[in-house]
Design a protein. Sequence first.
Length: 323
Amino acid sequence: MTLRGRFAPTPSGFLHIGNARTALLAWLQVRKAGGQFLLRMEDIDKPRSRPEYARQIIDDLRWLGLDWDEGPDVGGPFAPYVQSEREALYEEALSKLDAAGLLYPCYCSRAELQAIASAPHGLASEGPAYPGTCRGLTAAEREARAARKPPSLRFMTDNAPIFFEDLAAGRQSFPGGPGGDFIVKRADGIFSYQLAVVVDDAAMGITDVLRGSDLLDSTARQLVLFEALGLAPPRYAHVPLLNGPDGRRLSKRHGAVALAALRSAGTSAESVVGYLAYWSGLLDRPEPVRAEELIPGFRLSRVPKHPVAVSADVLERLGGGKG
């Protein structure tokens, strides 16, 4: 079986070195295996996404030395490679889930959900787990609430525990109903990331997903959607993130970490790749290197198992164009 991997950024901002590291590792995994690499723009959240960021991401990745066999700018057999142009597929998946009795309308407001302080916490980014408030509403109650507020759609989870083997993080287990019943289409009509990524990975024949460990806890939800839709899931590898000097996830608050800013400062692509490789256990010391030179020696087992701290000195040196 040919390995098919992908990098799927959200064009809501500039690509920074943390994103670039994930892209590099995903690319190396595929190129080392002689597989096919895809680029997909996950712009399903239209209010946050901008076409100028999508263009910049493509430009930055190519500057870094990465290429792809299929993508928004090169096409491919599974086009389009932009999520906002694939909504008919997501609607089709929702119809299938609805026919199986796995969806229900939810009329809870954001304020009501935030007020559920006593509920156990679900996914890291979401706060309290949804307690199923709207799951048992009668037809009359739904009709009355629909008159006041358009509903979101929630996927009905069960209590079966979820297990999977992560190629980077090892054996993973999650309790049943991770985070409670979850939204697959928002009240404003926007499809959820969880649904879109499952539909797209299956439709595009993705066999391997390498991404940041911040998405590890969303994998359980994606696996239950794969099963509910009768689709085969890919293998997953979740790699630890880069942290700034303060121990928090690397972001623009730590300085000039966007690739566009580093390029403007005169930092070379080879210097950036060298640091990304060093932080990923692929080089013994940071030294300029082309991405393609890393392919022969790439092994996922060399990537650190814990978050990697990036010092203020290195950020200053990169941001100053010194590499």
